[in-house]
Each structure stands twice: as C-alpha cells, then as structure tokens.
Design a protein around this ligand. Structure first.
Ligand code: GDP
Length: 528
C-alpha cells in the first residue's frame, strides 16, 4: 500500500464521557465489530472505584490497566481505527485533555437518563475550542430516560453544540422497540435477548410504507412518522464539511450493553470521520501526507516494574512513516535517537513493529529523555503546538522528609512531572516547590511512587492558592511589569519550562491584578 493509502485509511479518535455513561462498554462493542476481540468482557475498565482514594493497590492496578487500554486498534471495512483511551475520572482530566491533542475526532457518550454530565461538559468544551469533529452517542436506550427531543435540546444548550440526529429511537426503556437509521434509511429492531447478536436491519426508504405498522405496531409507527417529520423540520441537514469543521454534530441513539445502534454509529463513523489531520508547529503547519516523519509525545507511562523505572512514551505520528531503527531528531534536546523496539497497539496486545503511519500511536521505551509535548522529526527543527498545561485545581508545598535522599527526590519529581502526573512550580523568592494537581488523588500517587520507585520520602503542607496564571508581558523592562514583580514577589513562581507564573489566591486577586497592571496578561493555560 502506498503511504497515502495507508494514511488515509486511518481514523484516530477518543471517546469522551462522564464515568459510567458506557465508554468501556461501547469500546468493547466496537472492538467486537472489528473482530479484534471475540467476546464481551475483554476490555478492562480503567476506572477508579469510589472510595479507592487511599487504596494504593488500586492505583497500581489502575496504572497497569491504563497501559493496556491506552490505545486499542482494529480494522473495520478496510479502515484502521485507533481508539485512544480518555479517562473519565475527574482527577485524570489533565491526562484526557492531553490525549485529545492526539485524536482526529471524538465520540461523545451521553447516558439517556442522566443527560449531559459535568465531565462531559468540560471535555466537550476542549474539543469545541479545537474544532474537533464530534459524534454523539446517546446510550442506555433500554432504560427509562429523557425524551429524545428534550435530550437533544440539553445537548445543544449544555454542550453548545449544533446537533442533527442520524438515528432516532422508537420508544424507550420498557417500550424500546429499536431505532430508525436516518443515515441509511432502515429500521433496527431491538431484542435484548442475545446481547452478542448483531441486530439485523430492515430497509425503509419510505416511512409511509404500511409494512412499518405491521412491524412496530400502529401507534409506534404513527409516532415515528410524526417525530421524523419534526426532526426533518427542526434540525439542520447533515453536512460533511460542517461536521469536519466542528460546526455540526450528528447524534445516534442505542444501547452499548445490548450492542444495539453501535453498528450504525460505527458505519457512519468510518464513512464520515476524518483521516489524520494537519497540525501546527512553531514554524509551520505539518500535513499528514508529507513524506517525512514527524510526531509528538502526548502521554508518558511509567512501567509497572518499579525497579526499572523505564517508561513508555506515547507518540502520535503526525506525518509520514515512522520506522524502527531509523535516526530521528529529538528536537528539544537536539539529539538523534533511534528506537529498536517501538510498540504498536492492538486491541488485545502490543507488538514491536517495523513501521507505523500518520494517525498511529507508537510506544517508545524511554529512560527519561522525553517529556510531554516533545517533538520527533527527521531533522527539521520545529515543535508541535497545542499541548498546553492547564491551571491545576489543588496546590500544596512539597517537602523532603529524608534529607539523605535529596537527589533521589529531585530526580523523582522531575520524572513524574515529565510524565504529566502533576505540575511543579518553584517559588522565585525562596525556591520552595509547590505541586499543583487536578485532583487530590494525585498527591497520594506521587507520594507513593516517589517512595517506591525513587526511595524518597515527602510530606505536604497546605498553601492557599486559587489558580496558577501564566504571565504574558510585551515589555519586560516596563515600569509596570517591574512594579508587578516587586509587589507580587511572594506569589511568583516558575513552571518546569521556566515560564513565569503568578499564583493567585483568589479570583478577586486576579481581577484586581488585571486592573492594576493592564499590560501584564494572565492566562489559565501555559500556551497563548
Ligand atoms: P464507563 O465508566 O463510561 O466506562 O462505563 P461502563 O461502560 O463501565 O458502563 C457503566 C455501567 O453502565 C455498567 O454497569 C454497564 O454495564 C452499564 N451500561 C453500559 N451501557 C449500557 C446500556 O446500553 N444499557 C444499560 N442498561 N446499561 C449499560
């Protein structure tokens, strides 16, 4: 196959969902269609149970599983589909944000009873900002839940999306009969008897066909005709270009658990979802079909064996072809590297591969060279953009509890921060270190890993910080900036890249600071 054929048949996406909406179940059914797994239950849920906060074994188990499910690839209708795992747990939101920099589209899963939930709102917002094409799957139609039209309204309002249904439910919960596939004009009848069975569909070019009354009953048929009429009037017609540019989101209904409506979703997905897209670097925009390889690290995973400390860096290939044992430039470090055992990921295994193509993810063994956002090229000096850090939600001082292990501690912190477990801020005034995280759970993970992998002991101390604001100034010599630095001295720190950060203790402080020093711009993300 030519480079172009290989790249254009790749579709790399992530599933965005609030925990329990059905992400794992849907993933598993998608893999069944691809023939990548043979039975249900094969995909491990990578979830932290409620109350597991202090259960370190659980954390360890979690780390193992999330390597296993980081990337799941399968072939379907001659397309190579890569599903990137996006943890739904809010303490791992940062991980998910970064993974979203490596996908070319997403599927949003919404629970029909619970509607749009908090994590979904946050993650969809990130996708919207980047104009990522999105499909929506309304799940659990076999349960009682919200009216389809109400739910469409809720999705539009809470997620600020412009939706159009490509399938439509017939009944719900105990009266759920099936779905009308608007995209392919056929009806799928629901039977919850055999969950592994892939439902047959009956073609219906014309809903006025009296056959419909026979199949689903008069009142359901009548209702469906009315609803589809309304759907056609109310919602915009599907338009591929609008979907691709993130301005229109098709919606599907189904039940992942019953493997119902999933084929419709997948078939539409392989038809319309984008192949690998172009990506911006510090110097230019890189196109996927370029001959030369380029890619970036979006995730780093420590291996399970704590004695070895070796890690797996997940690289999204943006352009060209990646080859085993070929020399590539690690742009930030300015050094050439080659990789003798790059891993590619499949549904049930990872394997060493000789080549991978734009859209694919390769896992590179790393002994501490990589950090999130690093770029690999065939020699070109450019860095991919759009992998920012977000302001953490929690902050604590980190103290060394064993002075003899200062070196180990430094190395441990350094590597954990490279992995993106948390963010480190060093106060300008006294070099004290502050760890910022998205969730409280990370503090325990860090403490545990520092001790078990690096032999270092730490304690934490509370500090009252509301947000980390990255500082932007046009003129560093201006009197205004000098005064800002003097007055706010106690609250200024550097992130691990040396960028200046203002640690604000309240939203009021941020507002006052902006008013007082208008030329000093404060950002909640590290890239602006
Ligand atoms: P995740 O947290 O988003 O990965 O959600 P899971 O896939 O683990 O699903 C959460 C729960 O919802 C599990 O108990 C599933 O069996 C259940 N579930 C998933 N899909 C459906 C569905 O279509 N119908 C019903 N009734 N339950 C479902």
């Amino acid at each position: 196959m030519s480079l172009e054929t290989e790249i254009s048949r790749r579709k790399t996406f992530g599933i965005v969902a609030h925990p329990d909406a059905g992400k794992t179940t849907l993933t598993e059914k998608l893999l069944l269609f691809g023939g990548a797994i043979q039975e249900a239950g094969a995909v491990k849920s990578n979830k932290i149970k409620k109350g597991a906060t202090s259960d370190f074994m659980e954390i360890e188990r979690q780390r193992g599983i999330s390597v296993a499910t980081s990337v799941l690839a399968f072939d379907y209708k001659n397309k190579k589909i890569n599903i990137l795992d996006t943890p739904g747990h809010k303490d791992f939101a940062e991980d998910t944000f970064r993974t979203l920099t490596a996908v070319d589209s997403v599927i949003v899963v919404v629970d029909v009873a619970k509607g749009v939930e908090e994590q979904t709102e946050k993650l969809v917002e990130v996708c919207r900002m980047r104009n990522i094409p999105m499909l929506v799957f309304v799940n659990k139609m076999d349960r009682e839940g919200k009216d389809a039209f109400d739910l469409m309204d809720e999705i539009e309002q809470k997620l600020s999306l412009r939706v159009t249904p490509l399938s439509w439910p017939i009944g719900i919960g105990s009266t759920f009969k099936g779905i009308y596939n608007i995209w392919e004009k056929n009806i799928g009848l629901f039977s919850n008897e055999n969950k592994q069975k892939i439902s047959e569909s009956i073609a219906f070019d014309n809903l006025d066909d009296p056959e419909l009354d026979t199949i689903i009953g008069e009142s359901f048929a009548e209702n469906l005709r009315n609803e589809i009429e309304l759907v056609t009037e109310v919602y915009p017609k599907f338009d591929n270009e609008e979907y691709m540019s993130g301005r229109l989101q098709p919606v599907f209904f189904g039940s992942a658990l019953n493997n119902f409506g999933v084929r419709e979703l997948l078939d539409a997905f392989v038809d319309i979802a984008p192949h690998p897209q172009s990506k911006e670097t510090t110097t230019r925009i890189v196109e996927p079909f370029e001959h030369n390889f380029s890619g970036f690290v979006f995730k780093i995973h420590a291996n399970m064996d704590p004695k070895h400390r070796d890690r797996l860096a997940f690289v999204k290939i943006v352009s060209g072809k990646f080859e085993r044992n070929k020399n590539y430039l690690h742009v930030r470090q300015g050094k050439n590297m080659k990789f003798s055992s790059p891993n590619a990921f499949f549904a049930d295994k990872k394997e060493i591969v000789d080549e991978s193509f734009a859209g694919d993810i390769v896992g590179l063994h790393d002994t501490g060279n990589f950090r999130i956002g690093d770029t690999l090229t065939e020699g070109e000096k450019m860095m991919f953009k759009g992998i920012p850090s977000f302001s953490p939600e929690h902050f604590r001082y980190i103290n060394n509890a064993d002075p003899l292990k200062a070196k180990q501690l430094e190395k441990g912190i350094d590597q954990l921060m490279d992995e993106g477990v948390a963010q480190l801020f060093t106060l300008e005034m006294n070099n004290r270190k502050i760890i910022g995280t998205v969730g409280a759970l990370q503090y325990e993970v860090i403490q545990y890993r520092l001790e078990h992998e690096y032999g270092a002991k730490v304690s934490y101390e509370p500090i009252s910080i509301f947000k980390a604001c990255w500082v932007e100034v046009e003129d560093e010599k201006s009197a205004e900036f000098q005064e800002f630095k003097r007055v706010k001295q106690k609250y200024l720190a550097h992130d691990k890249f040396g960028q200046l950060v203002f640690l604000a203790d309240s939203s009021f402080t941020i507002q006052m600071t902006q008013e007082k020093y208008p030329s000093v711009k404060l950002h909640f993300v590290s890239e602006f």
